[in-house]
Ligand binder design. Sequence first.
Ligand SMILES: [Zn+2]
Length: 401
Amino acid sequence: MKYIVVLGDGMADEPLEELGGKTPLEYAETPQMDALAKAGEIGMVKTVPEGMSPGSDTANLSVLGYDPKIYYSGRSPLEALNIGVDMEDGDVAVRVNLVTLSEEEGEYEEKRILDHSSDEISTEEAAQLLEAVREVLENEVFQFYVGTSYRHCLIWKKGMVMPLTPPHDIRGKKIREYLPQDPLFLKMQKKSYEILQNHPVNVKRREQGLNPANSLWFWGAGTKPSLSPFEKKFGKKGAMISAVDLLKGIAVGTNMKNISVEGANGGLHTNYEGKAKAALQVLLKDGYDFAYIHVEAPDEMGHQGSTEKKIQAIEYLDQRVIRMVKEGMDDSGEDYRMLILPDHPTPICVKTHTADPVPYLLYDSRKNEKHGWKYNEAEAEKSGNRVTEGHELMKYLFCEG
Ligand SMILES: [Zn+2]
């Protein structure tokens, strides 16, 4: 028996007037998912526990079977695991975004945050900018680590976890009331603007019509996580197929195998087929029991507020990942159970995550139940199936029932 999760990050949404009252998932052409829903089971699952914020971190921990109320210790520490940072007890990891602030004259506090990702700056350019930051701001207490694209990490020796605002939640807003309360962190953010604004990398980016990465933005602070190994917890050998540091970090923390797919980049034009192939390889050739295929694109398109691109991302997921996985598994003759779901909604109307329950689809190759269901929010709701503790869903996937 093989087990597969296909996770469309942020795929769930709300009904949109421009789609005649349908959600992007409902509107998209998804023949694969609909066929699986007809033969399988659909329902709603609450992946974000009451009172926790709806990050991809908490939600993916839930989906993977780790109760975030027990295992979650902040976002940045999970990413730090993937960057290879060796955290000590007492250290605090803080996510460092390279962001674009508006560049008018005057006070730092009066600027607006234009882009939380600096046009998804390349890792090479980001490394040069962080080097410049490091020369001024790094010392025995604060150490910077280069991650991927606009996502980096700061380790604060014997630090303190404090509330900080995710920059993707405040796009377009004036930053004054969202800045770090801690004076040291505020000072570092302000200083970073001075260091980065006219850095050659940014001068060139402006010439190319790209957003300059002109400030650091701190958020996602947390302490060293202690996750139990996936194989010990569930008795299955698992592999993670994702382009993003967070998911790869969760895999490092849970001793799952991380599989890098060439051209997988977390964007709309990622290597969908490559991810499907990697899953088939690891399950059918390399002796793994479980593959987690994470696709970031629907979430990014939700943050961008693009209905059209979000629909496109969902259709790609259906036709370029799920179809290939299903055909490959069917051809192999292996029995399998496949769970398809988002981690959280990223509704177009708010351009950020919400904590609402999400629709899941569970397919078992040995069953062919023939309902009239399609896979979308409204029908999953109507099915009456409800999982209130998201982390229970993994046990359900593994129960042979
Ligand atoms: Zn997101």
